[in-house]
Design a protein around this ligand. Structure first.
Ligand SMILES: Cc1cc2nc3c(=O)[nH]c(=O)nc-3n(C[C@H](O)[C@H](O)[C@H](O)COP(=O)(O)OP(=O)(O)OC[C@H]3O[C@@H](n4cnc5c(N)ncnc54)[C@H](O)[C@@H]3O)c2cc1C
Length: 532
């Protein structure tokens, strides 16, 4: 492939900052770095293949008259079940309003009241009205449209779409570039992009699991790549599930919004029994992780779980919830008269690449922002609408840090052909990935146990041995870190529930820090046990 084909007519810069990923974190960081030249490598066209564009709720920021940073921090600490890094949460919360103003300047049309003031909504577990939205549930789409437009107008930003990064190149203590595969990862060519700063913004891990609300590109490649390059990974075991994804065989699974339960819809099994009343005094309105476990248990027991909206919403369904209605009708279910089959789905990863307050990872030359990271602000469970906030706050901090550390652009290189390799190609539909997703959902999902996790870790190791492809190795590495973190944490906390250790334990009231070598040691110990 001619290297000139990487050079869009309008781009005039120098290629020494590479951002991996074109979701909210990646685009915001690039805009904040302007006019410093940057290259964004994104697996899919920007605006697609990113959770950011699918966000429905909005962004949390303490901006209403009765609200304070203290209250927002307190709610964040409460949701995080005792292990939030308070200092990091304070940075995030206190810089929230400034970042919302940045988004307004980039053209995001946040909802306003009649006086033109920002309209702030309330969400579960927030003690104040503090969610900025766009037209109700369109925040993600509108934010991304505004940022994409700003990025396209910024001459210092070069966007290379369809470049799947497979490897972080490490030279001694430093990350010195990345290797990517063009054509949505389908090309035999691999391209090396040397860089003095690499910012990893590659999103979440949903597609490591059989059922998820995340786009395909969120399959944990970033965490795996970073771990393989030697980075420390934090809190990998903490995965958040949404309790009511619509179980109609669609991948990703559409959501049956929590507002339906808020409006009085009941969860029943195939015998018509309202099982949540047996589990929690608040029934369907119990915390998200409790409802997820209730739904999961019914599905696992073969009784199925259904959201019955026929009485609470009934004939108003098409008007009140048009998106959910359309998904159901397309699958042959009329939610006005029929219960909707539901299942818990992986929604968000609290764990990821460990970063400090400036977004620096444990390896020089590598920064990270957004869902791929573990900054510590979510602890064991994310407070709703804090993830978009985290993405913009730390992306902006990274831009400042890089500008301070590397004031002058130096490398002048357009990307070099790194040779051909058949070591690809479509892993997304491969039997190995299907098996991995099944293993993760069955044993590393909503309810975990020592035995199940040991089975998962052995299966993951076997899948890794049988598949040499680099991209698959990135994915399977992330799975290994999540399963190992869950195996080691012998308690239940936030998004992590162990059926053999159902309580929180005081001596586990801390974050998890793992390297790939630590995880390999657990794999080796378990292999020895199996062989003995
Ligand atoms: C349905 C849904 C609703 C949500 N609603 C909310 C909400 O209301 N409020 C809230 O705060 N959070 C919400 N979240 C979570 C939030 O959307 C995400 O945490 C956030 O958008 C993550 O942003 P990001 O930039 O880190 O990742 P993403 O937006 O996922 O972007 C990742 C980017 O990296 C690219 N990529 C991945 N791997 C590679 C690779 N190997 N090489 C190159 N590029 C790669 C992707 O294509 C994409 O461009 C929701 C999530 C979902 C799925």
């Amino acid at each position: 492939m001619p290297i000139d084909s990487f050079r869009p007519q309008s781009w005039n810069g120098i290629d020494d900052i590479v951002i991996v990923g074109g979701g909210l974190a990646g685009l915001f960081c690039a805009l904040k770095l302007a006019p410093r030249p940057v290259t964004i490598l994104a697996a899919a066209p920007i605006g697609q293949g990113a959770s950011s564009a699918w966000a429905q709720g909005g962004i949390a920021a303490a901006m209403s008259p009765g609200d304070t940073f203290e209250k927002h921090v307190a709610d964040t600490l409460e949701a995080g079940a005792g292990i939030v890094d308070e200092k990091m949460a304070r940075f995030m919360v206190s810089e929230g309003p400034a970042r919302i103003h940045d988004l307004l300047e980039y053209g995001v049309p946040f909802d306003r009241d009649l006086e033109g003031k920002l309209l702030l909504s309330r969400e579960a577990a927030h003690s104040e009205r503090r969610i900025v939205r766009v037209k109700g549930d369109m925040a993600g789409k509108a934010i991304m449209e505004a940022l994409i437009s700003a990025v396209r107008k910024t001459p210092s930003i070069r966007v290379l779409e369809g470049y799947v990064v497979e490897e972080l190149v490490r030279e001694g203590r430093f990350i010195s570039g990345v290797v990517a595969r063009p054509d949505a990862g389908q090309s035999k060519n691999r391209v090396h992009f040397p860089a003095r700063a690499v910012v990893l913004c590659s999103g979440g891990v949903g597609h490591l699991y059989a059922v998820t609300t995340n786009p395909w590109e969120a399959c944990g490649q970033g965490v795996g790549m970073a771990a393989r390059a030697g980075a420390i990974i934090a809190d990998p075991e903490f995965v958040q599930f949404h309790p009511t994804a619509i179980n109609i065989g669609r991948d990703p699974a559409p959501l049956a919004t929590e507002a339906l339960r808020g409006d009085g819809a009941h969860l029943i099994n195939s015998a018509g029994h309202r099982f949540m009343l047996d589990i929690h005094e608040d029934g369907e309105l119990a915390p998200r992780d409790v409802v997820s476990r209730g739904v999961f248990a019914e599905v696992q027991a073969g009784r199925g779980a259904f959201l019955d909206c026929t009485k609470a919403v009934g004939a108003h369904f098409p008007d009140m919830f048009p998106t959910v209605y359309a998904s159901c009708i397309a699958a042959g279910i009329d939610p006005v008269t029929q219960p909707i089959p539901v299942v818990p789905a992986v929604h968000y990863h609290m764990g990821g690449v460990l970063t400090d307050a400036e977004g620096r990872t444990s390896i020089d030359g590598l920064w990270a922002a957004g869902e791929v990271t573990s900054t510590g602000v979510h602890g064991a469970n994310r407070l709703a609408s804090n993830s978009l906030l985290e993405a913009v706050v730390f992306a902006a901090r990274i831009a400042e840090n890089i500008k301070g550390m590397l004031p002058e652009p130096k490398i002048n290189d357009w990307g070099k052909n790194a040779g051909e390799s058949d070591d690809l190609v479509t892993i997304e539909d491969s039997p190995a990935l299907k098996r991995l997703r099944r293993v993760m959902s069955d044993h590393v999902g909503v309810i975990r146990s020592r035995e199940g996790l040991a089975t998962a870790i052995r299966e993951i190791a076997a899948l890794e041995r049988e598949n040499s492809r680099m991209r698959f190795h990135n994915i399977v590495t992330t799975a290994k870190l999540i399963a190992t973190g869950a195996y080691l944490r012998e308690e239940s906390r936030g998004g992590h529930f162990r059926s053999d250790f159902t309580e929180q334990k005081a001596d586990w009231k801390h974050r998890t820090f793992l390297t790939l070598a630590d995880a390999e040691k657990v794999v080796a110990d378990l292999s020895e046990t199996a062989a003995a």
